[in-house]
Design a binder for this molecule. Structure first.
Ligand SMILES: Cc1cc2nc3c(=O)[nH]c(=O)nc-3n(C[C@H](O)[C@H](O)[C@H](O)COP(=O)(O)OP(=O)(O)OC[C@H]3O[C@@H](n4cnc5c(N)ncnc54)[C@H](O)[C@@H]3O)c2cc1C
Length: 185
């Protein structure tokens, strides 16, 4: 009977892993399990008020050319700025976040005109923040999986880089490990 590989999560990492698994010379049966009703994870476009298309996640994959030229400006705010607002007990309303984004665009890019279309989203804990000792923990977990011969391989933004290209590479390497081929080839 052929081998079956279950890929947990249909974000870009799981999709990359599934792609590489299914392109192997003797591909296993690949079962992709996704918890939500759509694939793509954080990579998501939505049509906002007035028909404008907004990217809720990475914007770096917008196409070049005419479509890219009409791309809307994405302002990402977070980190200590958000923590300070929360510590002051500020209500994180859509209006406050839009106002802060407009101020950032005005002071940092000189864009003073109010936007024609605007969509505000608060994504809490959306990008993993690796803490001190992350690599040691990851190495220990990887060694544990290997020493116990557990049929589990880790891939995705939580482990070896959050950028889309890191995630694609991490999915590729995970597929190579599962297939028993050299991950760096
Ligand atoms: C606002 C924002 C802007 C960003 N901008 C950039 C950028 O400009 N450039 C860049 O390179 N990167 C950017 N990133 C980072 C990049 O988009 C993410 O790190 C990457 O998309 C994560 O992909 P992933 O597949 O590892 O995880 P996810 O996209 O989180 O996918 C995980 C998937 O697994 C599913 N899942 C979770 N638990 C289960 C379960 N138990 N069973 C089944 N399915 C499950 C989830 O529903 C999800 O679909 C941005 C991220 C965000 C949030």
């Amino acid at each position: 009977m052929g081998r079956t590989v279950v890929v947990l999560g249909g974000g870009i990492s799981g999709l990359a892993a599934s792609y590489h698994l299914s392109r192997a010379p003797c591909p296993p049966k690949v079962v992709l399990v996704e918890a939500s009703e759509r694939l793509g994870g954080w990579i998501r476009s939505v049509r906002g008020p007035g028909g404008a298309i907004f990217e809720l996640g990475p914007r770096g994959i917008r196409p070049a050319g005419a479509l890219g030229a009409r791309t809307l400006l994405l302002v990402m705010l977070g980190g200590s700025w958000l923590q300070t607002l929360e510590a002051r007990g500020a209500v994180l309303s859509q209006e406050l976040l839009q106002q802060q984004a407009q101020e950032a665009a005005a002071t940092q890019l000189g864009l003073k005109e109010p936007p024609s279309h605007c969509l505000v989203h608060l994504h809490k804990n959306c990008i993993p923040q690796y803490t001190l000792g992350h690599w040691q923990k990851l190495e220990a977990a990887t060694q544990f999986l290997a020493s116990q011969r557990l049929p589990l391989t880790l891939a995705g933004a939580s482990y070896e880089g959050v950028a889309v290209n890191d995630c694609i590479e991490s999915g590729r390497q995970a597929a190579a490990r599962v297939l028993g081929s050299e991950p760096n080839s």
